[in-house]
Structure formats: structure tokens, C-alpha cells
Design a protein. Structure first.
Length: 59
């Protein structure tokens, strides 16, 4: 794994829990509505990846 990949993964690991909390994505939602949870998680991950690309690659 390259240094850029490690840095990106660290950003993802740091940002995802905060964004999950802000968006109301919790384990209860996963148990109650797994498809909705999956859609929200995919959306959050895509948002984070875009932010990381802007931060690490495009600047």
C-alpha cells in the first residue's frame, strides 16, 4: 500500500464515524432497514472519497 493510499484510508477511518453520526446512520438502522443503511453508507463513503480526492490529489 502506498503512502497516499494509507493517508486516504486514515482520512476515511477518521471521517466516517463523524459523518455517520451527523447523518443518523446507526446500528439500529442497520438492523431495522439494511438496504437503507447500505445506501446511506455508500453515499457517505462516496462523499468522503470525493473530499479526499480534492484534498490529497487536486490540491
Amino acid at each position: 500500500m502506498s503512502e497516499a493510499d494509507r493517508a486516504a484510508q486514515e482520512h476515511i477511518d477518521a471521517m466516517l464515524p463523524r459523518m455517520m453520526e451527523t447523518a443518523g446512520v446507526a446500528k439500529e438502522l442497520k438492523a431495522r432497514s439494511p438496504m437503507k443503511w447500505m445506501r446511506l453508507m455508500n453515499s457517505l463513503k462516496a462523499q468522503i472519497e470525493e473530499l479526499i480526492l480534492q484534498e490529497l490529489v487536486y490540491t
